[in-house]
Write a protein that binds this ligand. Structure first.
Ligand code: COI
Length: 357
């Protein structure tokens, strides 16, 4: 399918991209594609960025039939634009689609849409190290119908937002609050896909954490409320004396692409890496005894975010004295080195954007 280009007639001036709030500035164009039962996915097009018109009974507004992805394009030190494992985000988008009864999109077309849209708005990719162009593909049910059922119509949208770091802390350690009041997910639920509703369900706990002065919430498993699952918008890693460990994909954890990259990278760097169950007691005891040397979160938006402080049941413990540890720094430098084209990519994760038009 050809992507129709209906570009803006005026050239929008690129604002100052040096001091960017996360996800509040958008580039001048967006990608749209519709689905209905007769035509399937059709009319892929790139149009000027604008508000969307929706039926007030659109299924997404009532029953949250919506999925999304997050990936980034980077302005390399060699002047080239790089994408990081975009095919993995598209594959996950289609896994989320399957779980949420949304029709899958053609992977090649989705990749072409991402590449074409970025190419058109490439002047909006911030050049500063640590900044990037955040790419947000999402699909939602648009049929106006109040019965609870999968929508018969969908919209696939891609928008782009120049961004800096996700947290105000930048690369400085964040603090996390462990909730035993709320759960994010449980086996058989939707925790392992990127469904909008997962994030709506996390807001209350996140707000409580914030009111108590913590940056993010850390979720425990939904059954025993004992095993660590993930942090608000990230997966989580613990660097114990003898291994780098992260919770195994239990069915209720999001299979992060940065998570997978860190596992492979750490292994490549010669570390002992394990995906396993990690109890909150092990983490707290480890922090107190020094057996836990570092903790960090991973995510596309968050990259690698060191965790310096954990609060659980009235007790606050420091990890690595609340400082960024050498392993977090090393992995961050390596990963971002690949993304900004400073390092050779032995993994084949980066894709250089050539003119797709
Ligand atoms: C990402 O890291 O891309 C995410 O999807 C997190 C987002 C909810 C900000």
């Amino acid at each position: 399918m050809e992507i129709e280009l209906r570009l803006s007639l005026e050239k929008k001036e690129v604002p100052d991209l040096s001091n960017l709030p996360f996800g509040k500035i958008f580039t001048p164009h967006m990608f749209l594609m519709n689905y209905d039962e007769k035509k399937g996915w059709h009319s892929p097009r790139i149009v000027p960025f604008s508000y969307l018109e929706l039926h007030p009974a659109a299924i997404v507004l009532h029953y949250a039939q919506t999925i999304f992805e997050g990936l980034k394009a980077y302005a390399g030190v060699d002047g080239k634009i790089r994408l990081f494992r975009p095919w993995d985000n598209i594959a996950r988008l289609n896994r989320s689609a399957e779980r949420m009864c949304i029709p899958k999109v053609d992977s090649e077309l989705a990749l072409k849409a991402i590449k074409t849209l970025i190419w058109i708005d490439r002047d909006w990719i911030p050049k500063e190290r640590g900044s990037s162009l955040y790419i947000r593909p999402f699909i939602f049910g648009t049929e106006g119908a109040l019965g609870v059922k999968p929508s018969s119509e969908y919209l696939f949208v891609i928008i782009l937002s120049p961004v800096k770091s996700y947290y105000e802390e930048g690369f400085n350690p964040i603090s996390i609050y462990v909730t035993d009041t709320y759960v994010r997910a449980f086996p058989g639920g939707t925790g392992d896909v990127k469904a909008g509703g997962n994030y709506a369900a996390s807001l209350k706990a996140q707000e409580e954490a914030k009111n108590l002065g913590y940056t993010q919430i850390l979720w425990l498993d939904g059954i025993e409320r004992r095993y660590v699952e993930e942090v608000g918008t990230m997966n989580i890693f613990f660097y114990f004396e003898d291994e780098l460990a992260t919770p195994e994909l239990s069915g209720s954890i999001l299979p992060g692409i940065t998570r997978d990259s860190v596992l492979k990278l750490a292994n490549f760097l010669g570390l002992k890496v394990r995906e396993r169950r990690i109890s909150i007691e092990e983490v707290l005891e480890g922090a107190k005894s020094g057996y836990l040397k570092e903790c960090f979160g991973t995510g596309t938006a968050a990259v690698i975010s060191p965790v310096g402080k954990i609060f659980y049941k009235g007790e606050e413990v420091l990890i690595n004295n609340g400082q960024t540890g050498p392993l977090s720094r090393k992995l961050f430098d390596y990963l971002t080195g690949l993304q900004y084209g400073e390092r050779e990519d032995p993994f084949g994760w980066t894709m250089i954007l050539e003119n797709p038009l």
